[in-house]
Design a protein. Structure first.
Length: 79
């Protein structure tokens, strides 16, 4: 169903009846702030996902045990 301009007029009239003309600037400011916050969060999330997708995973750094070979086997001590 396409958006019809008459629906916008009806919505504005209903908002005027419910909130009155005195509170419309306050209501508009709240809606604008909410839209800015949503847009900011969306932009940040998109940036994080893009950065994570473009980042190449680094190979794990060799640890001391893997650099010297397998030292997990216990060697008997000659005392």
């Amino acid at each position: 169903m396409p958006f019809h301009p008459l629906w916008l007029v009806v919505a504005v009239v209903i908002v005027l009846i419910i909130f009155g003309p005195g509170r419309l600037p306050e209501l508009g400011g709240a809606v604008g702030k909410a839209m800015r916050e949503f847009r900011k969060a969306t932009t940040e999330l998109t940036h994080e996902v893009t950065s994570a997708a473009q980042a190449k995973p680094e190979p794990p750094a060799p640890t001391e045990s893997t650099a010297q070979g397998s030292t997990s086997e216990a060697k008997p001590s000659n005392q």
